[in-house]
Write a protein that binds this ligand. Structure first.
Ligand code: PMV
Length: 316
């Protein structure tokens, strides 16, 4: 028997960084994300004899086989084991997965891949155990155990995640945004986000982070409701810089920003000053820069791409 599911990635504008409880990924602060419906992970499960689950690449004709490090496979299969335990199911599966965005693109795939695995596994397990299918909220909660940020991928276009749960936000008037990622580096991250969550607690800036994230969240929701795009850009800029400042001041310190990142950030600021308009800019735990435009800003997006990106960086 076989099951299949797909789930999208998401990009946080108010960042989840630091955990209250690392065993169930309870976040230190609330986060807000926009769902990236074009960037997806696919998971197929096949029930098989025996007790041991195995991972394989989900092959798509015409595309090279998908690769996952041994460590990532172990983490993926551990989440499947947790879901099987939840349903009290003892059988084994072949897990096949891939992403529709290129490997090494520096896009965090843990949110989409854990959301897709959870979606697929609850379908399979509820059918095999003849239990009811858990609702979307319950699936999101189960997914959070595997990867915190994956719980936001169950809601679209906006998700708000707090220490008590995650839900869709329906009061934001921007429901169809245009997202680009500038691939500043294709290299594997030197510090994975799981480690970043721990290290930030050593930064002097960690104290007060909850309040700053809370204030940024409040101001951003108001800016969105008032359709104040410039204000939203400024809050989001402050927010990702706050997270990167904690990285840079942790012990030991670490830094995802490189020379190219810094040059591009300066250019984006200059463009905003020159034209009085531009994208919301944000960065995750990596060197790549995410740009979020309104559909009516396509010309601005094309101009920036033509003037600064084409020939220098891949853009997804
Ligand atoms: O879900 P994790 O453990 O991969 O953490 C994600 C953390 C950030 O991407 C840096 C921020 C966020 O809120 O997505």
């Amino acid at each position: 028997m076989q099951w299949f599911a797909q789930a999208p990635a998401n990009i946080a504008l108010i960042k989840y960084m630091g955990k209250k409880n690392s065993s169930n990924n309870t976040p230190m602060n609330d986060s807000l994300s926009y769902t990236l419906n074009k960037l997806t992970s696919n998971v197929a499960l096949e029930a098989c004899p025996g007790k041991r689950d195995v991972w394989e690449s989900l092959d798509t004709p015409g595309l090279p086989p998908f690769e996952l490090s041994q460590q990532a496979q172990t983490r993926f299969l551990a989440h499947l084991a947790f879901l099987k335990e939840h349903f009290n199911y003892k059988g084994a599966f072949i897990v096949r997965s891939n992403n529709n965005f290129p490997m090494g693109s520096g896009i965090a795939s843990s949110a989409s891949s854990f959301a897709a695995l959870t979606r697929c596994a609850v379908r399979a397990l509820s059918e095999l155990t003849e239990e009811g299918l858990p609702d979307n909220d319950t699936q999101a909660k189960l997914s959070q155990r595997g990867s915190g940020s994956s719980c936001r991928s169950f809601y679209t276009p906006w998700a708000l995640w707090t220490d008590t749960g995650v839900r869709a936000v329906t009061t934001i008037p921007y429901t169809d945004l245009y997202h680009q990622v500038i691939l500043v580096s294709h290299e594997e991250k030197s510090v994975p986000s799981s480690q970043a969550h721990e290290l930030v607690a050593t930064s002097p800036a960690f104290e007060g982070r909850q309040k700053r994230a809370h204030d940024n969240m409040k101001s951003l929701l108001i800016a969105f409701e008032h359709k104040n795009w410039r204000e939203a850009y400024e809050i989001c800029w402050r927010e990702f810089m706050d997270m990167h400042n904690m990285f840079q001041t942790s012990s030991p310190s670490f830094d995802y920003m490189n020379e190219a990142t810094n040059e591009l950030l300066i250019q984006l600021q200059k463009d905003w000053e020159q034209y009085g308009d531009g994208p919301i800019v944000t960065m995750d735990a990596g060197p790549n820069i995410h740009l979020i435009y309104q559909q009516s800003q396509r010309e601005i997006a094309d101009r920036f791409k033509r003037d600064f990106l084409i020939g220098n960086y891949d853009v997804l």
